[in-house]
Design a protein around this ligand. Sequence first.
Ligand code: AHR
Length: 529
Amino acid sequence: MDRRRFLFSSLALLAPRTAFAAEANIEIFPDEPIGTISPNIYGHFTEHLGGCIYDGIWVGEKSKIPNVGGIRKALVDALKELKPPVIRWPGGCFADSYNWHDGVGPRNQRPTRTNFWANTPYLQKAPDGPQKYEPNEFGTNEFARFCRLAGAEPYFAANLRSLTPFDFYEWIEYCNSPAGTTTLATLREQGGDREPLNVKYWGVGNESWGCGGNFTGDEYAVEFRRFIEWVPQFSLKPNFIASGPNVADYAWTRSFFQKLTEKSKRTLRRVYGCALHYYCGTTGKGESVDFTDDDWYTLLAKATRMEELIENHWQIMGEVDTERSVKLIVDEWGAWHHTDPSIDPRYLFAYFPTLRDALVSGTTLDIFNRHADKVAMANAAQLVNNIHTSFLAVGDKFTVTPIYHVFCMYAAHQGGTAVRSVFSADHMGQQGASGLRSLSGSCSLHGKHAVLTAVNPDIKNPQVARIGIRGVRVSNVKATVLTSSDIHAHNTFENPRGLEPTEKAVTAGTSFSYEFAPASVTRLEFDLV
Ligand code: AHR
C-alpha cells in the first residue's frame, strides 16, 4: 500500500460513520474564494461550417421541421435547458471571409458566396449545398433572434483579414444604433429588429496567426489597434476580444501584448479579452465511437493540458498587463474526431460524441472553474452538428449528445464563487496519460449551497472519496451522475436517450464519503449548515 492510500485508510478508520475506506480525498475551503464563475465560461460557438448553421440551426420558415421563424424549434427548446449565456458567431475561419453586409436586407436578394470550407477535400467530394455555397439566409438578424430565443448574449467575430475597420464600425452601427437614428438602424428594422441588438462582445478577427491573416503577434497588434481605435458606442461600450494564441504559442501572446502597448499601456483598458484556442484533438484511429482503453486515457490526459495553457498564457499576459485588466477567453475548445461517414457527407466534422467526450467536457469545465479569476468566457466548439457538439440534427432527426448533459449538470456552477478545493487522488499509470489523475474537479458556493463536480477517468475502478468542508456540516446531498458500463456509450437518432444522467440522494454529516463511479462525470449539490 502506498503512503497516500495508507493515510486515507487510516483517516477513514478514525472518522466515525465513514462508510468506505477512502481512496481519494476532497477538501473544500469555503474561506478561500478564487473568483466568481463567469456564466460566460459556459458559452457556445456556431460557425457556417458543415451542418452547424444550415440544417442545424436554420431550417427555413417553409420547412416541415418544426421551427420558430426558420429556426429549429427542438434545438431552441433543448438549448434553453443548458442556460447558454453567450454564443459566438459566424466563425471560426469563416469569420475572416464573411461580409456581414451579405447577410442583411431582404433574404431573397442576398448574394451566394463560396464558403471558406468549400475546398476542404472531404467536402469537395460531397454534393453541393449551403455548406459549400453560402446563401446568406442566416445573417445578423437571424442570429440575434436565435440568441434571444435561447436566452444567450451574441458574441460576434468580425472579419479582420478581408474587410476594413470601416466595415467593422458599420457592423457595430447596424447592430447597436438606436431605433430610427441611422440608415443602418433603418435597414436593421427592415430585417425585423427595430430596437438595437445591443451586441456587447466583439471579436476582432479569428486565429489571426493562421486563417485570419497569417500575421505575427506584432503585426496583428497593429491591426487590432487600428480596428478598435474608433467605433460608435451608443449606450453600450463594446467589449473587444483579441485573437489570441494557438495552443502553446507563448511567443504570440508575448509579442501581441508588447506591441499592443508600445505607444501606451492605456490601450490595455480597451481590451476585454485575449482568446486562446485549444482542441485536445483525437487519439488512435481518430474515430469518435471506436477507440481503445488507451485512446480513452490519452485523450483525457490531453484535455488536462488546458490547465497549463491557461496558467502559462496568463502569466505572460501579466508581464505587460500588470493591472490585470485583460481577461483570458477560450473561445474554441473541445475534442476533435474524424467526420463520421454515416452522417450526411456535407456535414463536415460531424460525429457522435461518446461518454469519453463527456469526460473531456467535465475535465475542461472544471479547469475553467478552478481558474475563475482568469477566464472570463469560453465557447465549446461547436454547438450543433460540429466537432465537440451538444446536438446532432439532420433533417427531421434530432438528438442531444453526452456533452449536452455535462453542460446541463455544470450550469449549476454559473455565477457561483469558485472556492479552493484540493482533490488528492492517484495519478493514472497508463502510458501516454501522464498528468491524468483518478479524480479531479471543482467546487462553487452559492450562498449556503455548494456545487461540486468531479470526473473519474478510471474505466474500471470507482473512486471512494472522503469529502470534507472545513468544520461545516452538510445536508441535502444530491448526486447527478453521467456514466455507463460501456465507455463508448453515446446517443443516436434512433436511441436519443442511450446515455443520460441519473440522480440519487446521499447521506452526509460533517464530512461524508462518496463513491464516484468508474468512467463518470458527477455533480454533487449540498447545503452548508
Ligand atoms: O472550429 C473549427 C475551426 O477550428 C475554426 O473555424 C477555426 O477557428 C479553428 O481552427
